[in-house]
Design a protein around this ligand. Structure first.
Ligand code: FAD
Ligand code: 2HG
Ligand code: ZN
Length: 479
């Protein structure tokens, strides 16, 4: 049911409408619909309208008005996140603030290896801006055609090149942030070194819009890779994959850029459901690694180094067979296979996801233990544990039983399965959310797994920066 807004709300909302004009307000239900549910359709919300400011000054004025009238604000980027962080509550009293019109690249500085992008820039466009001056912005996600840099920063996204370049947090030099009361922190520094007190920047990264609205970011760039080798490698299992990672890091002088693990079932799902994807290797194997190594110089020896390392690994039984991308088209096909896994899994019916991380070396033991634990809870569930093992991050996902089994019974086990997996995560001192954040989905989980002193400190920070509690309430922090 739609909440009845108090007079001050009505007045503030009207002033926001006047401020943003027609171009800055989305009202029609057929247009607002996509802002009101999350990518996985887990949540459905409502909003008075979708506010779409086009400048930082407009964001600041909207926040000042919302703060005065105590209207909750739910920032939204590309709306591709997995935990419902960008979806307003169903009450209809939270204002969705879409950043998509704040989409300018303000500056590209090839000499400083940096650029300044507004929050609503689609990630693909940030990458392209870097490429236009022969630089690399290395953040790379399957959703890069629609997620926005503000969303990437706010979720501290990981993605497919973090093993080499780090997560989003590692790629930031400075931020411009609008605070809850409308004041603006101009932290758009392009400095590499700046030890002038508390690092506020890192507070807003990964805060999922609960501490401030990121309006622009100064980002680190890197030299464009000149030599790239991409291999699809069959391995006996996780232990072999982890051994191989260490071997390849050493052999290539730490040039591994991507190291993604795929169990056989993930390849089967994609071959079955994604048009144009085929199995890169002839015979089936227990598991695979999509590995990319790259250097910023022309290096005719890189392929040889990789081949020698793979041959040595083969002698030790850590590699079964491998194939290399010999063209851009083949490279893109291998990446498509990997990036399509989430979509392919959707075609297999309901899934229960666990985005977890443990220390890289603990992955084999974790996988064994957690697989055994879930098999006891749901023997027919199909485990699809894949992902960014170079970062210790597994998408420990379960698909409903094959052949149209009882979906309701499977979903009823969600909590028990979560307990089983997260108990193993805890045992290995891992994380219950490696890269997808907390949103509204994992708030209770956070309460159970976060150190209580850390949680109390988080609450104090929230109170200090958002005393009226208007910034994305109901997200991240447990009640
Ligand atoms: P949104 O979903 O719009 O918002 C995310 C959160 O940030 C919300 O809490 C929102 O309120 C807040 N927010 C958004 N913009 C701002 C802002 N300017 N200021 C303050 N708060 C803001 N994630 C990974 O980490 N690694 C992957 O490999 C990966 N692969 C994916 C593949 C696919 C096919 C899909 C669909 C998703 C994938 N994701 C991945 C998840 C998702 O794309 C990321 O979390 C992404 O960073 C979200 O960006 P967004 O712009 O869509 O943010
Ligand atoms: C990926 O790595 C994304 O492809 C999505 O983070 C993971 O769907 C998932 O569980
Ligand atoms: Zn991922």
């Amino acid at each position: 049911m739609q909440a009845v807004a108090p007079a001050s709300h009505v007045d503030a909302l009207q002033r926001i409408r006047t401020l943003l004009g027609q171009a800055g307000c989305i009202d029609a239900p057929e247009l607002t619909a996509r802002f009101l549910t999350d990518f996985r359709s887990l949540y459905r919300g409502a909003t008075p309208f979708v506010a779409c400011p086009a400048t930082t000054a407009e964001v600041a004025q909207v926040l000042a008005l919302c703060s005065a009238a105590r209207i909750a604000v739910v920032p939204q980027g590309g709306n591709t996140s997995y935990c419902g962080g960008a979806t307003p509550s169903a009450r209809g009293d939270q204002l969705v603030l879409s950043l998509h019109r704040l989409n300018r690249i303000r500056e590209v500085d090839a000499a400083n290896f940096s650029l300044i992008a507004e929050a609503g820039c689609v990630l693909l466009n940030v990458q392209a801006a870097a490429r236009s001056v022969d630089r690399l912005f290395p953040l790379s996600l399957g959703s890069e055609g629609s997620c926005q840099i503000g969303g990437n920063l706010s979720t501290n996204a990981g993605g497919l090149a973090a093993v080499r370049y780090g997560v989003t947090r590692d790629l930031v030099l400075g931020l411009e942030v609008v605070l809850a009361d409308g004041r603006v922190i101009d932290g758009l520094s392009s400095l590499r070194k700046d030890n002038t007190g508390y690092d506020l920047r890192d507070l807003f990264i990964g805060a999922e819009g609960t501490l401030g609205i990121i309006t622009a970011a100064s980002l680190k760039l890197f030299p464009q890779p000149r030599t790239i080798e991409t291999a699809f490698i069959a391995v006996p299992g996780m232990q072999a994959a982890i051994d191989l990672l260490a071997r390849l890091r050493e052999a290539t002088g730490d040039c591994v850029t991507t190291f993604e693990y795929l169990p056989r079932i993930a390849v089967e799902f994609t071959v079955c459901h994604i048009p144009g994807v085929s199995d890169p290797l002839g015979a089936p194997h227990p598991a695979y690694v999509l590995c990319e190594v790259s250097t910023a110089r022309h290096d005719p020896h890189l392929r040889g180094l990789l081949e020698d390392a793979l041959a040595a690994a083969m002698d030790h039984g850590a590699v079964i067979e491998a194939t290399f991308a010999e063209s851009l088209a083949q490279r893109e096909a291998l990446w498509r296979l990997r990036e399509s896994v989430p979509e392919a899994q959707r075609h297999e019916g309901a899934s229960i996801k666990h985005d977890v991380s443990v220390p890289v070396a603990a992955l084999p033991a974790f996988l064994h233990k957690a697989s055994t634990a879930v098999a006891q809870v749901a023997p027919c569930a199909r485990l699809v544990a894949y992902g960014h093992v170079g970062d210790g991050n597994l998408h420990f996902n379960l698909s409903e039983p094959a052949g149209g089994g009882d979906r309701t019974a499977f979903l009823a086990l969600q909590e028990d399965l979560g307990h089983a997996v997260h108990a193993c995560v805890q045992e290995f001192r891992g994380s219950i959310s490696a890269e997808h954040g907390i949103g509204q989905l994992k708030r209770e989980l956070l309460a159970r797994h976060k150190d209580p002193v850390a949680l109390a400190a988080m609450r104090s920070i929230k109170q200090a920066l958002d005393p009226r509690g208007i910034l994305n309430p109901g997200k991240v922090l447990p009640d």
